[in-house]
Design a binder for this molecule. Structure first.
Ligand SMILES: CC(C)(COP(=O)(O)OP(=O)(O)OC[C@H]1O[C@@H](n2cnc3c(N)ncnc32)[C@H](O)[C@@H]1OP(=O)(O)O)[C@@H](O)C(=O)NCCC(=O)NCCS
Length: 214
């Protein structure tokens, strides 16, 4: 298990960073990225449910979003963390504030045609967004996929999610769309793909380094 992928109290690229800790405060919120453990399940579930209800408000029927409960999601996370070797669950955890974000990625068969890994979920607590946590989580998760031998990555996102601009800025290619019905609402999702995982990682590492230095 990865001990510490990197610490945002440090500056520089991610993979070059030592695994040890050098605690000093350089930002408003200080966190470290590590593998999730079962005990993180309640915090991850809380972030997930809050994020669904706020970030996806207006994109799904509110009654549907309200169906997600922390108790059920916590059980799901307990079942997910560490149970399937294809899954990687990372959290960004801060000393004072606990888990503030998480990423779930998957590798292996059954990913979108032509891609060997997928970012299944990426969420940061709303009050901690725009401080570089999301990109650092994504970068750390992709590094883990690359270590496993993955060469490409894709993800699905809601068509109306503003995060698409970020994926497009990272040179993600729009590779697919799907449409389905949720309680009478037309839900449209878009898939972005990166055929070259290592080139995406290079871009992300620079972006993380810039964010840590700012
Ligand atoms: C996507 C998410 C994880 C990013 O986390 P974060 O900690 O804010 O990420 P960062 O600070 O590293 O910023 C990464 C990029 O996210 C985008 N972003 C973050 N917050 C945003 C916001 N409120 N509005 C628009 N774009 C935003 C920006 O493009 C930013 O890159 P930039 O600063 O170079 O433009 C976070 O916004 C989130 O949890 N959103 C809700 C859930 C979601 O949509 N997840 C993605 C599912 S595919």
């Amino acid at each position: 298990m990865c001990q510490v992928t990197f610490d945002n109290a440090m500056s520089g690229g991610t993979s070059q960073m030592p695994a040890g800790r050098r605690p000093h405060q350089t930002r408003a919120i200080r966190w470290q990225i590590r593998d999730a453990v079962i005990g993180d399940s309640p915090a991850i579930a809380q972030i997930q449910v809050d994020s669904y209800r706020t970030a996806y408000a207006g994109m799904f029927p509110q009654t549907y979003l309200n169906h997600f409960t922390c108790a059920e999601q916590e059980q799901d996370w307990q079942a997910t963390i560490g149970s399937d070797a294809r899954d990687i669950v990372l959290v960004a955890a801060s000393e004072g504030n606990g888990v503030i974000g998480y990423a779930l990625t998957r590798s292996g068969v059954g990913i979108h045609l032509g891609y060997d890994s997928e970012v299944v979920a990426l969420h940061v607590r709303s009050i901690y967004q725009r401080q570089g946590t999301g990109r650092a989580l994504l970068c750390a998760a992709l590094e883990r996929l690359e270590e496993r031998g993955c060469r490409s990555v894709m993800l699905w996102t809601l068509r109306d999610n503003r995060v698409r601009e970020w994926y497009e800025g990272l040179n993600g290619q729009l590779i697919d769309e799907k449409q389905y019905d949720v309680d009478g609402w037309d839900i449209i999702e878009a898939a972005y793909g990166w055929e070259n995982l290592s080139s995406l990682l290079q871009t992300l590492r620079s972006s993380v380094a810039r964010s840590l230095a700012s």
